[in-house]
Design a protein around this ligand. Structure first.
Ligand SMILES: Cc1cc2nc3c(=O)[nH]c(=O)nc-3n(C[C@H](O)[C@H](O)[C@H](O)COP(=O)(O)O)c2cc1C
Length: 233
């Protein structure tokens, strides 16, 4: 009887620990040697908003409430842009030859459970990788030709592209394909924002080199879109 009670106790402690670790996995940070990664919330694939309503309600929004975003909201937006939706590696947005030239970054100031910094989205793991610490939104607003409202958003998504991933197969025409792909990913972010009651705007006016400096990206990676995200005012 005594052994039975001990066994039950061990099982219930084990189960409680498993549940606890699962419950916290969405916001857990891992330090793997030189890189720090953050698990994101699993994507939600259902909502009460039809795609037609999202088309009809989509607008470019530039005034945001001074409130933080949740990590779940940013997870969902990143997934909408480039999340993997198929065991062959296909994603939420189409890609010429499935070559996936786009990279997605978050320049974060106010996201619950995430310190201010620059993060890179890792689609294969649905994780964020910390690139650099600290709030870089003032620098990003300067880079966006002084569009001051960029600095007042809680977070900004930046889409970059490595043209060679596509031009290696399609030559010069690949450049056109990469630009089309940015539009596809950005529209996903717009429509996902509507569904989350958030606002965004596609910003194309910026100094490439200054944005590269903010993100600390290599020379062959090119910023193509800046999308501030925030709650509607
Ligand atoms: C390629 C592109 C570049 C844009 N660049 C900027 C920009 O630098 N700053 C800005 O405030 N809005 C920018 N916009 C947003 C447009 O101003 C906006 O889409 C347009 O006024 C129509 O409004 P709507 O998006 O609410 O329908 C850009 C949009 C696109 C598609």
């Amino acid at each position: 009887m005594k052994e039975m009670v001990s066994l039950l106790l061990v099982i219930s402690i084990g189960f409680a620990m498993l549940t606890y670790s699962r419950g916290n996995s969405q916001e857990s940070a891992k330090n793997t040697g030189t890189t720090k990664t953050i698990d994101l919330s699993p994507p939600v694939e259902k909502s009460d908003l039809s795609v037609e309503e999202a088309f009809s309600r989509r607008r470019s929004i530039r005034n945001f409430e001074n409130v933080p975003l949740s990590l779940a909201e940013i997870s969902q937006l990143l997934w909408s842009a480039q999340g993997i939706t198929d065991n062959r590696g296909f994603r939420t947005a189409p890609s010429a030859g499935a070559l996936y030239p786009l990279e997605i970054y978050v320049v974060a100031d106010k996201i619950e459970g995430l310190s201010a910094g620059v993060y890179k989205y890792l689609p294969s793991k649905h994780e964020l990788e910390l690139i650099s610490d600290g709030n870089k939104l003032a620098q990003l607003a300067d880079a966006a030709l002084m569009q001051a409202w960029v600095e007042n958003s809680p977070a900004v998504i930046v889409i970059t592209a490595v043209y060679e991933r596509t031009t290696i197969k399609y030559g010069k025409r690949g450049i056109r394909y990469v630009h089309i792909e940015v539009g596809c990913a950005a529209q996903n972010i717009y429509l996902q924002s509507v569904s989350l009651n958030l606002g965004t705007t596609f910003i194309g006016a910026f100094d490439d080199q200054q944005v590269k400096n903010v993100l600390n990206i290599p020379d062959n990676e090119n910023p193509l879109a800046i999308m501030p995200i925030g709650k509607y005012k």
